[in-house]
Write a protein that binds this ligand. Sequence first.
Ligand SMILES: Nc1ncnc2c1ncn2[C@@H]1O[C@H](COP(=O)(O)OP(=O)(O)OP(=O)(O)O)[C@@H](O)[C@H]1O
Ligand code: SF4
Ligand SMILES: [Mg+2]
Length: 316
Amino acid sequence: MRIEDLQVAFSTEEGPVEALDGVELTIHQGTFHGLIGETGCGKSVTGQTIMGLLDNNARIKKGRIMYREQDLLKLSSRQMERQIRGNEIAMIFQDPGSSLNPLFTIKNQIEEAIKMYRPVPRERREGLILEALQQVKLPDARNLMHRYPHQLSGGMKQRVMIAMMLACNPRLLIADEPTTALDVSIQAQFIKVLKDLKDNLDLTILYITHDLAVISELCDYVSVMYAGRIVENLSMYDLFRDPCHPYTEKLVNSVLGVSTRLDQLEEIPGSVPRLINPPPGCRFHPRCSEVLPVCSQEVPLLKEVKGLHSVACHRR
Ligand SMILES: Nc1ncnc2c1ncn2[C@@H]1O[C@H](COP(=O)(O)OP(=O)(O)OP(=O)(O)O)[C@@H](O)[C@H]1O
Ligand code: SF4
Ligand SMILES: [Mg+2]
């Protein structure tokens, strides 16, 4: 998938919120791609735009989302529903509880999803349901599928959500903060399940999170977002060893590693600007310690550092 110059604004009583301002992002097939950045920088809006699930007050001002040679932004909502959502691209949300229907068993719900998105003969469906539940390492899947969501723990529900996606066989999965509602040990199990899937299936994931530790466990590539723009695209290796953008450097240095002392941790001064009236030029300039006069006047464009590593900064 290639996102080009994507601009999205929301109309609000206070004025337009310029949530995405020229997002450029490429996700390669078979890779796990992380999307990171502080709260409010546009990560979820990026995921919602890909899925065609933006709020009613949103307007897509410009851009293309090229997915297997077609521009998703040119499809009608009916085409998105029939051809893309669920069977090509699926999304896992933060709170699994609210995505499962309490009135139906796990089997009913996965079966409904298969009926909608995967044209297979009726007698094959149960096999697919079992296979998906086993892929996410849910024990005793044969009995478990007859239970209701309230009979499962948060971690199990989260895995059922992934099983539901897998049963529909999407090519691209968008996971928006899928572990924030889970406690730490369940988070670890969830990440292990995703890692196993990565090793065994040809799955592509866009993984949205604040959590650099999770990203470092799972992802091959990372895009760093700041105030509605991608400021750096780089490999996981480069994220910790060779970040170029001052914001990426600060983000990495603000994380507690095994060998970091507390006094080595850096805090990023200030906060993400409001997007109703964002700073001109580089949106990071009010917080940047390396700011130049040009930074408040010209928007820095992404340029290649090497291979798949690109950065948007006047200094680099
Ligand atoms: N329906 C809406 N109306 C107005 N503004 C919105 C709407 N949805 C999102 N926004 C704004 O768009 C910007 C980006 O929001 P988004 O939810 O993508 O942030 P995020 O990076 O996912 O943050 P978080 O890490 O907290 O989930 C924010 O300024 C947010 O307030
Ligand atoms: S463009 Fe300027 S303000 Fe923005 S990150 Fe680079 S040096 Fe800092
Ligand atoms: Mg979000």
